[in-house]
Design a protein around this ligand. Structure first.
Ligand code: MG
Length: 166
């Protein structure tokens, strides 16, 4: 991970907000492990963490994190204007803008990211299950898709690099 002073304010804030919303790098790394262990039997958690960290260095990812979490927090505080307050606050299934925002992340390391994204979005393992727990009183309408997308992008990065090594 980069030292604090080398990180600019956007990256620093994006990383801090994720942690504040209950998502650690390790949580996303576990999703990467879940997606990739069958293809890379030697895979370690450290490699997964490293790949997630690299994805988090990308400006388009940081922008998606900040934008998505901002909407989640405002919805949680009942501060959005209707009808958006109800749509985001209740995570209305036909909304879809949360997914569109996440696609800006999925795309970074090529199209195999979409397959990975679709797969964990369906199964919702680990941290995704926590983020989707509507009984928590928290709103993670955007963050669940963003976290899934970061895991998918990190998996693609890992897969491409493994291929290069071969
Ligand atoms: Mg969502």
């Amino acid at each position: 991970m980069k030292s604090e002073e080398k990180m600019d304010i956007v990256e620093k804030t994006a990383r801090e907000w994720m942690i504040k919303r209950g998502v650690k790098i390790e949580d996303i790394a576990e999703l990467v492990y879940f997606l990739q262990e069958k293809y890379h039997p030697e895979l370690t958690m450290d490699e997964c963490i490293e790949n997630v960290d690299r994805v988090l260095m990308k400006r388009e990812v940081q922008n998606a994190i900040l934008t998505g979490i901002q909407f989640d927090v405002l919805a949680e505080e009942n501060k959005l204007v209707e009808p958006l307050q109800t749509i985001i606050g209740t995570d209305e299934s036909l909304y879809g803008v949360d997914e569109i925002l996440a696609f800006s992340i999925v795309n970074i390391y090529g199209s195999i990211g979409f397959t990975n994204y679709g797969y964990i979005d369906k199964l919702k393992p680990g941290i995704l299950q926590y983020l989707n727990d509507k009984s928590s009183g928290k709103c993670h309408t955007f963050l669940d898709d963003i976290v899934g997308a970061i895991a998918a992008a990190a998996s693609s990065r890992l897969a491409h690099r493994a291929k290069d090594v071969e």
